[in-house]
Design a protein around this ligand. Structure first.
Ligand code: LMR
Length: 400
């Protein structure tokens, strides 16, 4: 059976971590995967998470099954983190929310739910994704049979959102189609919709009878926890149905613990309750139930005012550090003679921006300077530090 298998290229993002780890160059820099790093290049465990680990160790009394929904109080806390405490959808009990193994689990469970809805209606399910989008959106969404289509999003020349082209394409979508939007910190471009643009998208989706599907993997790392949720909250308030995939990998630094949630905001409480049942049956059929540990930590943090405060303070420090690194990179590139070519990096949001260099230049940076980034020239800004900034600027200037 296995003799028929063909070789397959390694994952373009995750393999960079492996390659960089194996590189003996002491000056190597990993700007590949979206992982927060401190000044020493280390991904620390947040202090709020460490405190929650101690609490969990003391209070945990069983390792029995948690069930396909995960922890009910985690789901409740995440729904409030996403939607705010007084969102009408929560008050009307129109929300289903299920804990998942990371944001990837949430995206895949949501994809299955979309497929199930369309199977009931005997229609092909089409999900529209931005060009570009996170590379892993494609397998996560298409593996259960959804058809993917693309809408224009990022203009590589102007380093802005091609909003007119995006709206023109979305104007042609069919009723029942699903549009995947990045809630904040667009991956890979760092270019986020303005509030006015979110409003226009919401109106267009309503006009077309299309459904918004929001991936929120970086809440708190763009402008702030509340600010980064503005777009999705607006959608949930103004559109009859919205799906949200959320992740605690980045904002709680819980990458390897696989903590996420899928949320459905439905038109009625009955539709929400039926969605909840379908989500549970989908989870049961894929992985049975999500891992408990990371979600239990998030649950402790979000239900303890002191730990919540501590976590928010740490998240703010991480966000501000990323914003500072963006500014520093732009200033140093200007000083090195790049002119205003990279100025857009200062205003983009979250962990990523494109350098706008060719795949050949990306390869040269890796081979000659041990500076690692995705082939598209996407950098993970959090991989920069005051220690490696001059080396990166010098290396980049030598290849452009
Ligand atoms: C990224 O885009 O680098 C992160 O979301 C990590 C991943 O799984 O790809």
């Amino acid at each position: 059976m296995f003799n028929s298998l063909k070789p397959i290229p390694a994952d373009p993002i995750l393999n960079l971590v492996v390659e960089c780890r194996a590189d003996p160059n002491p000056n190597k820099v990993d700007l590949g995967a979206g992982v927060y790093k401190d000044e020493s290049g280390h991904t620390p465990i947040m202090a709020a998470v460490q405190a929650a680990q101690v609490q969990l160790q003391q209070q945990e009394t069983t390792k029995t099954y948690v069930g396909p929904a995960g922890l009910a109080s985690f789901n409740d806390s995440i729904a409030h983190l996403l939607l705010g405490n007084s969102h009408p959808a929560l008050q009307d009990k129109r929300v289903a929310c299920v804990q998942t193994p990371g944001g990837c689990g949430a995206l895949n469970v949501a994809a299955h739910l979309i497929q199930r809805c369309h199977t009931e209606e005997k229609k092909a399910a089409t999900v529209w994704v931005s060009t570009p989008t996170w590379a892993n959106h494609i397998p996560l969404l298409s593996s259960c049979g959804l058809q993917l289509q693309e809408y224009p999003y990022y203009n590589y020349q102007s380093h802005t959102i091609d909003f007119d082209a995006m709206m023109e394409t979305l104007a042609s979508i069919a009723a029942g189609d699903v549009v995947l939007l990045h809630g904040c910190c667009h991956n890979p471009s760092g270019a986020d919709l303005t509030r006015e643009q979110w409003q226009s998208v919401a109106s267009l989706l309503n006009e077309k009878g299309a459904i918004a599907f929001v991936d929120v993997a970086y809440q708190g790392l763009g402008d702030g926890l509340e600010e980064d949720a503005w777009g999705l909250r607006y959608l949930v308030e103004h559109c009859p149905e919205v799906i949200i995939a959320s992740s605690c990998s980045k904002n709680f630094g819980l990458y390897r613990e696989r903590v996420g949630a899928v949320l459905v905001a439905a038109q009625t409480s009955t539709a929400a309750s039926n969605s909840q049942g379908q989500l549970l049956s989908i989870a049961r059929g894929i992985y049975s139930m999500p891992p408990n540990y990371g979600a239990a930590l998030v649950d402790i943090i979000l239900n303890n005012p002191e730990l919540t405060q501590q976590w928010q303070t740490e998240l703010t420090q991480m966000r501000e550090r990323i914003i500072g690194l963006r500014g520093c990179l732009v200033n140093k590139l200007q000083a090195a003679g790049a002119g205003s070519r990279f100025d857009y990096i200062q205003t983009e949001k979250g962990m990523f921006s494109f350098l706008g260099i060719t795949p050949e230049q990306v390869l040269k940076l890796k081979n000659d300077h041990s500076v690692y980034m995705v082939n598209s020239s996407r950098i993970s800004v959090a991989g920069l530090s005051n220690n490696n900034m001059d080396y990166i600027v010098e290396s980049l200037m030598s290849v452009i």
